[in-house]
Design a protein around this ligand. Sequence first.
Ligand code: SF4
Length: 742
Amino acid sequence: MPDHRAVSRVCPFCEATCGVRIEAEGDKIVSVRGDRDDPFSRGFICPKAYGLKEIYEDPERLRRPLKRTPSGWREIGWEEAYREVRERLLEIRKKHGNNAIGMYSGNPVVHDMSFLYMTALGRALASRSVFNASAIDTLPKEIQTGLMFGGPFPATVPVPDIDRTSYLLVIGANPAVSHGSLMTMPDAPGRLKRVIARGGRIVVIDPRRTETAKLATEHHFIRPGADAALLLAMINTLFSEDLIKLGAAQGMVDGIDKVESIARGFAPEAVAEYCGVSAADIRRIAREFAGAESAACYGRLGTCVQEFGTLASWGVDLLNILTGNLDRPGGVMFPRAAAPVTAIAGAHPFEFGRWRSRVSGQPEVAGMIPSSTMAEEILTPGDGQVRAMILLMTNPLRSAANSGELEAAFSSLDFLVAIDFYLNETTRHADLILPTPSPAEQPNYEFGLYHLSVRNVSKWSAVAVPPPSDQPPAWEVMLQIAAGMMGLGEHQVREVDDVIFAQMAQSAVKKNTQWKGLTAEEVVTSLAGAAGPERIFDMLIRLGPYGDGFGRDPSGLTLAKVKAAPHGIDLGPLEPRLSEIINTRSGKIELAPAAMLDDVPRLSARVGQPGTADQMLLIGRRNLRTSNSFMHNLPSLVKGRNRCTLQISPTDAARLRIADGAAARVTSRAGSVVVPVEVTDDLMPGVASLPHGWGHNLEDTRLSVARAHAGANANAVTDNHAYDVASGTAVLFGTPVTIEPA
Ligand code: SF4
């Protein structure tokens, strides 16, 4: 066939960075397969990768800007769209001030090079009303690692060295299905199985017997929200049985006495009933973890989006540090990103709480406020009320807590512009939708994820099918909005890009310690003629730890060399580098930050009031075929059995008189949904599980496939006014609900 080509790239649909091989002819994608020559993923992919083809072909994917008019949606040209955005936003800012314009970015931005322009757009808006998807589910980890290690997220997140560990303790995470989060690892099931095949152990602690638990050597149910108490009880055991050893962190920690004093109040016997895990098991697992040749504790969503998310995240890293497993092979280590995006990130050392949100006083983190505050910031009158929103690739009315309140908030805005290629449950409230090309039509580099990778790698994603000439990439659209807010027109975007790049070069050169004599002027001059994200990538990789230092090490990496290795470059296993990471004011790992210490009394009080026997707590659930709500419009990912079910244990099914397959009504303070029930031994009694992102039953979207597989909206029930106090993160796992036959 003419023009038949095979293009290697990285799948953008989760954090695993699997290599895919896309075969294309002309403007048709013929096939999507695993890239066997990718040194990191070795051909592994999951069903979601096929979504690259289905999104590209989806007739409902928007190709032209859509404008809301009294007679319905109308397609318009880009110039008209940019002009309208500029005029409306400037008018609102003039009338109501900077904070009246809010911005919310979704998880797909992380997999798109427009990610590099987020800071620039934020600066042009100069607003404090900035939210993002990581503020839904990652904030506790971001705050905890920032306070303990001092640097910018995600470079300060220690990652399990899964390929060498002999003991993996998984708490509130399901990597066999999620394929890792804040832990980039293609072929998660294979990597987990290999831990056991080489004689290691995997212990899973989770209210649900997850797919990871079924691969593990041992699983224990735990009450939702009790992870922090359990981890502090394990730390209590380490102190009381003289099992503390600091390893690489010896001489580099501050506050160990405070940790010991706090852990004294969490004896395993005192928390066992609250956790639902026996004191004997808590002590045994703590001893095994401390005695293992190497061990890594990994906690994810379940430890973050709960009542004590920051304390639980703290407990995970305390356990790793106090057993000598930080920064050693087989323990938890800091990846070395080839193109460190932190070179152009914010201030050091890490700071948070520089200001508080206007309505409920939640703390700022790295310039954003928790997503749990978004609805109240829009709905509450007063100085600084959010009147306009810019949405970047997101559907918060299905992904964030309390969609009922968010629905009221978004329908009340004076102006809403969405960069998105679907008319979904949220963008249906927009005045303008600006659709950018699908992932297969754009180059990409996973900047953030290679900071979290279980092996050091670098891989460029090439364009598989060229986008239409009249459809700009998201970074260009963001620059257009930024230029508009700076009082510039659409024809000056190239100049704005140059100014932004010069600022980034200043920041990156200032943080560079590796390449002597390098100046920002040299960087800018060397890359003259280039533009956009590729220029930024070239700078970051050349300045990075494997780079050529702008000619100072001719064997080092450049954009051209990374592009010339289409299957990716293996840069070796993780290596110890703790001293490079610590960036606190004390120069040590802060084991006992005030934000955690201040929240311990709340946890102690909860341990003493574990709740009633008939109280049901709702948690979420990850499914292999979906990670974003837009995937529900892709036929191959929604075919087959209904995956949006409410799982409950046989004990609760009998008590509530609800049969398997029957409909149940789930009700919380925030709202109510009706959903079919699946009775399974996999759930702890007292716990119900419902996946999020569903609820596609609205007529005014353009998601016909999703509408035919509507499911129930879990976020109609989750509550944005129930927080992890330290971070302001809404509790998504552990929502008190009543369940009754419907
Ligand atoms: S595991 Fe993640 S990166 Fe790999 S193919 Fe599936 S969705 Fe894509």
